[in-house]
Design a protein around this ligand. Sequence first.
Ligand SMILES: [Zn+2]
Length: 386
Amino acid sequence: MGSIKLLTIRGIPIRMHITFPLILVLAAFQFGLAGADWVRGAVFGVIVTLLLFVGVVLHELAHSLVAMGFGTKVREIVLLPLGGVARMENLPERPSQELLMAVAGPVASAVIGATLGAITRLTLPDEIWWEFLPAIAEGRPQWTHLLPYLAFVNIFLAAFNLIPAFPMDGGRVLRALLAAMMPYGRATAIAVSIGQGLAWLMGLVGLLRRDVLVMLVALFVYIGATQEGRMTQVKLALAGLKVGRAFSRRALPVGPNDSLAHAVDLTLEGFQSDFPVCDGEKLVGMLTRADILLGLKEHGPTAAIHRVMRQSYPVASPDDDLFEVQQRMSQAGLEAIPVVEGAAFQGLLTRQDLEEVYTLVSARPGLLRGEERERLKNREAENAKN
Ligand SMILES: [Zn+2]
């Protein structure tokens, strides 16, 4: 949501976030205001930024292709004003795989930078290396500066991403190395803290130099590091837990021939806001709060539920892994997911159920059953070996 698809490469949609053009505007201003000929500077700024993002796409593709080689599904690559993100369904399990995946991006940037550098060296006079940075800074860019500048920035990107702190790629490398010596959770916490510390430092530098871009990057780094930490916490807290322990068997189903008004009544009485639609024991559809509202608007309260309900939606079985189901739920943008055995409806797993389990488990890890604790430990031991 909030992004526009540009193209698809190897089955991966490359999308542009709607805020992406902001960086082009910023580049036009920054390059344009630097010198006398502001139109020329602005055009140069926009073109150089677009070409830089071609490099960013290749960087993210490198991560994605390695991840796909390890069986990870890559949902999309999104271009944001401050960089690109490859969204993956589940990260490679083993630290060694995560390490290779993390290193692939910076390696791609370094190769692009080195190639452009070599082309510069073969086609342009050597003086260009001394000229291009001051010329661009002083607002008198030449088109011949494009090649060495792109070479320079791609090498910089490779180096910046190897800083050993989350959310940079180097943070993943660091965690993978630490995870060989200590539990995964602690390794993550260390890489997250370094990232947050670095963000504060960058923010301070940006403030002292009154550089908005540096302050924005600092904010980006801080949020990224914090999100990574939280994501890992949730994953570890839910690791080894099954849907069967978390879902509610008392969820009320509605019938396909009931009216929308019936579902509204149940919602108002405070039972639920999302309903499984059942024909006898059999689950035949799902009616969310949004479906009810839309149905009321389009068909009125007397319309039968089967006209409004959705027929394609994710389901879970009691044996499914809780973390995976949580991912499935947030990808589908649902607040609840029906739990079935075969086609028979068993109950509903809601976001609230998940939050309860998460709170309980992270407050008192002892609540995990013995066997689940064992599996957690085994997983950590197995990770440490790789
Ligand atoms: Zn990267």
